[in-house]
Ligand binder design. Structure first.
Ligand SMILES: [Ca+2]
Ligand SMILES: [Ca+2]
Ligand SMILES: [Ca+2]
Ligand SMILES: [Ca+2]
Length: 299
């Protein structure tokens, strides 16, 4: 390099300068992660890829890597990057990992690689059912259970809710309940005498068929109900004052009269006298009937 200097009177002097550029070791300028990333939810220790440094001016390459944050979900095995915990694609589809890269001359630089966390279909979230007590004979639309959870974690996937059964096991399409938002409601009245302790099974199923199942015992409250019409067959009526009972044969007129009217006080019979039969029941104190509806049936 040539330089010159000139004073106020115009005198000038020229000189040649030589600049010597010293050699300084520089670290690599690039870092690549060779691999296909990792599938979400893969177990700890899954290999993510291999680290390859490049762009070192001296061409001496990298001799060591170190994680800037050793608690970021990754670990190093030599120049191989592995996971230390399952990763979630929906939480972060890409993860940046900062590494300290050192060359053979000891020059260091911090460079970053990007880990691709690949998606996979996952089942719906856990499903919880809580029973809501409801009265028998109530109108359709009564709430019997409430749903919590069951959302699908995958983007664009919507799990559908299905009623599987009102009894333990199996899939009963004839269930007398339906889904209304986060509620399970009746589609008809229930009867506590014939449907005591119904067990409800509900599932959420995603588009690929992955499912979560929940069960709950419904709380059906009995209601005091009016008596229903009484029908009797082969009814036997026994007069308390006698010990014998007949169970066969239709009632005769005299039987009805005897049962409908109070018996007169008994007179003392003379010794040796005999009471004649006074009815077609042969004097029996009881009879049977195959009819009909109480209380019109008097025998
Ligand atoms: Ca270097
Ligand atoms: Ca996920
Ligand atoms: Ca997923
Ligand atoms: Ca899914």
């Amino acid at each position: 390099m040539s330089v010159h200097a000139t004073d106020d009177s115009g005198l000038r002097v020229d000189a040649n300068l030589t600049i010597v550029v010293g050699v300084v070791n520089e670290p690599p300028r690039e870092l690549e992660l060779v691999g296909e990333g990792v599938v979400e939810n893969a177990p700890a220790g899954t290999v993510v890829g291999s680290l390859v440094a490049a762009g070192d001016p001296e061409g001496d390459g990298a001799v060591g890597f170190a994680l800037v944050d050793p608690n970021a979900g990754f670990a190093l095995m030599g120049d191989t990057l592995v996971t230390t915990a399952p990763l979630d694609h929906e939480a972060a589809a890409e993860r940046e990992v900062a590494l300290r890269v050192r060359d053979a001359g000891g020059a260091e630089v911090v460079l970053t690689v990007v880990v691709q966390v690949r998606d996979r279909n996952e089942p719906p979230d856990a499903l919880t059912l809580s029973a809501v007590p409801f009265a028998e004979s109530g109108a359709a639309g009564s709430e019997v259970a409430r749903i919590v959870g069951g959302a699908d974690p995958d983007s664009g996937d919507v799990a559908r809710l299905e009623i599987w059964s009102l009894v333990a096991g199996g899939r009963d399409a004839s269930a007398a309940v339906a889904v209304e938002g986060q509620r399970i409601i009746t589609t008809r009245p229930f009867d506590s005498e014939t449907e005591a302790a119904p067990m409800l099974t509900v599932a959420v199923v995603d588009r690929s068929g992955l499912e979560r199942v929940a069960r709950v015992a419904l709380v059906l409250l009995p209601v005091n109900e009016a008596p229903v019409a009484l029908t009797a067959t082969n009814l036997t009526v026994t007069r308390a004052s006698t010990a014998t009972t007949r169970s066969a044969g239709p009632c005769q007129t005299s039987d009805r009269r005897a049962l409908a009217e109070p018996s007169p006080p008994r007179r003392r019979r003379r010794s040796g006298s005999r009471r004649p039969p006074n009815s077609s029941c042969g004097g029996a104190s009881s009879c049977s009937t195959t009819a009909t509806t109480m209380p019109s049936a008097t025998c």
